[in-house]
Design a protein around this ligand. Structure first.
Ligand SMILES: [Zn+2]
Ligand SMILES: [Zn+2]
Length: 397
């Protein structure tokens, strides 16, 4: 046993060398893989806090964290990165700051927004691994489809009370998250989106009972699986690690792939478009696709549904919207004249003749750094809005 140590002077270079020295004692560990890793963390609540803490301690080099909410007093009991003085500030901003405090060499970017409306598919493409720290099925389903399209693995975490589950989903290798959904899950999903693409407010206010102990167990497994993935080691692919806190039992569940699953689409070759979303019209992108595909029957698909307008069936009042489906609430969808529920006109793409062709991609309500799919009768292509990259990923390269 070593009781007395000789004091030594330590330079900054030695410090950064020393910081991760204990990891190097694990024979397969390669710190350079973690230093160069790019991780997208969706959610900065109870699980997200634990994930970010772990990523910082492990020396992960590049992180994007997205969250929609601001910090409330009730978050303080489950969020290691938040302080009482942070109440009212955006969760993503504070979580990013504290991650940087823990590991100043980590390049971390905060995005205050909703993963379904505000994150272009290019951000998923940027990430080596996506970590889900969410409390609702809508966002999980969206991440699942986006991660598959962009050919990226994602690791989901879910907790309730003192129980939880961590699952790993690899693109191109079903089962995926959507394959795991049962009848009850679909009923809940359908009920929430029942009103023709308008959002019922309660989606935002999910109040799942959670504790910091369970979130640290599940986030710990998620990040450990991410570390293994980054090293090319075997992971819980298509399986779930279930933790039951009451009896201290844990086990692995296997899921069955569903043949009719809608998520199993992986985008292959992607073409880069050189102008930013706010300077590119939809018609311009369509013309480019026609030229590339050498066809005139081209349709351009958006990455997500757009609400074009709301129309009142009673008085005929019409209001242009141009925003992603899910951003307009049921209350906002009521007629200002007679209070009648307005009808939603939704669009999914551009065929070449619609009047909104002269709108910019940003003016359609679509997020920057997104991906479009263009199809002719016998060919298709993907177009990445690559000129948005510098803005969206500023500070991460
Ligand atoms: Zn599936
Ligand atoms: Zn009306």
């Amino acid at each position: 046993m070593e009781l007395a140590r000789t004091p030594v002077s330590i330079s900054n270079a030695d410090l950064s060398e020393d910081r991760f020295s204990r990891f190097g004692l694990i024979d397969w560990w390669d710190q350079s893989k973690l230093r160069s890793a790019k991780i997208l963390v969706v959610g900065a609540g109870a699980i997200g806090n634990e994930i970010l803490k772990n990523l910082a301690l492990l020396g992960i080099g590049h992180v994007i964290v997205i969250d929609l909410d601001s910090i409330e007093i009730s978050n303080l009991s489950r969020s290691v990165l938040f302080r009482p003085s942070d109440v009212g500030r955006p969760k993503a901003d504070v979580a990013a700051e504290r991650t940087r405090d823990l590991y100043p060499e980590c390049k971390v970017k905060a995005i205050s927004g909703n993963v379904r409306h505000d994150l272009g598919l290019g951000v998923f493409r940027w990430a080596d691994v996506i970590l889900g720290a969410l409390d609702n099925r809508e966002a999980r389903l969206w991440i699942n489809r986006a991660a598959w399209k962009m050919n990226r693995p994602w690791i989901d975490g879910a907790i309730e009370g003192i129980n939880g589950v961590a699952r790993v989903f690899l693109p191109g290798k079903p089962p995926c998250y959507e394959c795991t959904l049962g009848e009850v899950d679909w009923k809940i999903l359908d009920r929430r989106m029942s009103c023709k693409l308008l959002t019922r407010e309660e989606i935002q206010g999910g109040k799942t009972p959670t504790t910091p102990t369970t979130s640290s167990v599940i986030a710990g497994i998620q990040v450990q699986e991410a570390v293994k993935l980054l090293h090319g080691l075997p992971v819980l692919a298509g399986k779930g690690f279930v933790f039951e806190g009451m009896n201290h039992t844990s086990y692995v569940v296997e899921y069955t792939p569903h043949e009719e699953c809608m998520s199993h689409e992986v985008y292959d070759h992607t073409t880069y478009w050189p102008k930013p979303s706010n300077k590119t019209t939809v018609a311009e992108l369509h013309a480019f696709a026609q030229q590339e595909l050498a066809a005139t029957d081209v349709s351009l698909d958006f990455s997500r549904d757009v609400i074009q307008a709301l129309k009142c069936p009673k008085c005929g009042l019409s209001r242009d919207i141009y925003a992603c489906a899910g951003t307009v609430t049921v209350d906002e969808g009521k007629c200002s004249v007679d209070g009648e529920a307005m009808e939603v006109a939704a669009i999914h793409g551009f065929g070449g003749k619609e009047t909104y062709g002269n709108r910019t991609v940003a003016g359609m309500g679509l997020p920057p750094y997104d991906v479009f799919v263009a199809r002719s009768r016998d060919r298709e292509m993907r177009i990445l809005m690559d000129a948005d990259r510098a803005t969206v990923l500023a500070g991460l390269d």
